[in-house]
Write a protein that binds this ligand. Structure first.
Ligand code: TXE
Length: 480
């Protein structure tokens, strides 16, 4: 049994109330460890540790902060196998995916912000004719809270922590209780990299106890959150009256719009990926596929053929394309949506059933599922399923597909497949989303603003946007 502990003031500690939660391996449905269900008292300990580290850390030179962040990055890279295996065991994703994407990206997050902080500058404004000069200080906020979800555990956890500490803050962080393992392992890496005690504190537990204690803490002045839209709304309600700074990265129901003039083979291969990567559990997945009517039947045949060829299997097997879903309850939620789609006259083109993987019969496996819909307003087309399920439907005109693409409450990302420049410019400007990919998907440059509009959240992460979020601007005006 693996026992996960909290990481407070550079040390691993047991939860004060000694309350524990079972941790499941989604690939076989077995409990393989326990994690603390930390309470207010544990969060208070983490806060105190962060607060006492803040004065020194916020005065540490940028070179020194940068050096430590880059060291963390190097240690993650040196331990990639161990971290990839841990991520896969906790989450159900193929080890190959954790090794190719999750852990390298976690390392990149530290390296990127280790470098970015040395380039982060503030403005000055000369008030001409008034003999005055203004300059802006970008000061760290103090103690900040970072709360992350289960789908890309270490990837998203570090995407928040790295800019927060680079900017001179100290952090109280909570990973998802469903996937706590790599966050736990990160503590040891931080110690080995020489991160001063208390700069990063990691508390484990349920959202309703540990998470709630973080968002309610009167002196944790900013919250960076990625997760479900309902949770985001709750956090906003709690945090707003306390005037906390908030960054909320929430759900998506992203359109993948395919025109007949696209590079067909490239589109087809990428569309399989944008539909089912990480078992479809990525907020950026293109779960609503709209195809121009002239190539609709061809696409339908070719796409279903490729999807049927995907191998659902144990995450450690090399030929596995699709691993296990993250939890039993999530599997049930996704299955419910498939049932709803059928009730709403959707046609199942492939998938829809649980998969029994030999030797791992109690794992949470589901076939990749493609549903043809005739009404873009049906529930499976409007609500976030967050699993290996996509809908497809044809369209006739740009206007029609634009209207359907925008007719959801979410606005995270959109993908466009076309070689027509005018159409690209028009649709990318009119699609309601924070991120538009044209002839690609999930190609990331960490300097770019990342985030959504509408029910997909507020604020932007990435690049200097993240460093701006984790600092307060203070203007100084000097008359001479
Ligand atoms: O997310 P939650 P869940 C979507 C997806 C999924 C749904 C629910 O549709 O099915 O959200 O997933 C913490 N105060 N996304 O239940 O509950 C929680 O402990 C403070 C999209 O896992 O939002 C975890 O650490 N924190 C998403 C984190 O919030 C609280 C990725 C996310 O959990 C809290 C994941 C509270 N009161 C799910 N309640 C994306 N956009 O990438 C919970 N938490």
């Amino acid at each position: 049994m693996a026992t996960i502990k909290n990481y407070i003031n550079g040390e691993f500690s047991l939860p004060i109330a000694n309350e524990w939660i079972d941790n499941y391996n989604p690939a076989n449905g077995e409990i393989y460890g326990q994690i603390p269900n930390s309470k207010k008292e544990d969060v208070e300990e983490a806060y105190k540790s962060a607060k006492s580290a803040f004065r020194l850390w916020s005065q540490t030179t940028l070179e020194e902060r940068s050096r430590i962040l880059i060291k963390i990055s190097e240690l993650l890279e040196a331990n990639i196998d161990r971290f990839a295996e841990a991520e896969s065991k906790d989450n159900g994703k193929p080890i190959s995916l954790a090794k190719a994407i999750d852990i390298p990206r976690a390392a990149s997050n530290f390296r990127f912000f280790g470098n970015a902080i040395t380039q982060f500058a503030s403005e000055s404004h000369e008030s001409i004719g008034q003999q005055a000069i203004n300059y802006t200080l970008r000061q760290p906020i103090g103690v900040v809270g970072c709360i992350s979800p289960w789908n890309l555990p270490l990837y998203l956890f570090t995407w928040k922590i790295a800019p927060a500490i680079a900017a001179g803050n100290c952090v109280v962080a909570k990973p998802s209780e469903v996937t706590p393992m790599t966050a736990y392992l990160l503590g040891e890496i931080c110690n080995n990299a020489g991160l001063p005690k208390g700069v990063l504190n990691i508390v484990h537990g349920l959202g309703s106890t540990t998470g709630q204690a973080i968002i309610e803490h009167p002196d944790i002045k900013a919250i960076s959150f990625t997760g479900g839209t309902a949770t985001g709304a709750h956090i906003a309600r709690v945090a707003a009256p306390m005037f906390k700074k908030l960054s909320l990265e929430l759900g998506g129901k992203n359109p993948n719009i395919i025109f007949a003039d696209c590079d067909y083979e490239d589109m087809l291969t990428t569309t399989v990926r944008s539909s089912f990567a990480n078992q479809g559990q990525i907020c950026l997945c293109g779960s609503r596929i709209f195809v121009e009517v002239s190539i609709y039947e061809k696409f339908k045949t070719d796409f279903v053929k490729k999807v049927n060829a995907l191998k659902v299997g144990h995450p450690s097997h090399e030929d596995t394309n699709i691993g296990a879903l993250v939890s039993k309850s999530h599997l049930n939620k996704v299955k419910e949506y498939i049932a709803i789609a059928k009730e709403e006259n959707g046609t199942l083109l492939c998938g829809g059933n649980e998969v029994v993987v030999k030797g791992f019969e109690n794992g949470y496996y589901l076939e990749p599922t493609v549903i043809e819909v005739t009404n873009d307003e049906c529930r499976v087309n409007q609500e976030e399923v967050f699993g290996p399920v996509v809908t497809i439907m044809p369209f006739n005109t740009e206007e029609e597909v634009l209207a359907m693409a925008n007719k959801v409450k979410y606005g995270l990302s959109a993908t466009l497949w076309t070689n027509d420049l005018k159409r690209t410019m028009k649709l990318s400007s009119q699609l309601q989303a924070g991120i538009i990919w044209v002839n690609t998907w999930m190609l990331r440059d960490l300097r770019t603003p990342f985030g959504g509009i509408k029910a997909s959240g507020i604020g932007r992460e990435g690049g200097f946007e993240a460093l701006r979020f984790f600092t307060e601007a203070k203007n100084v005006c000097i008359k001479y």
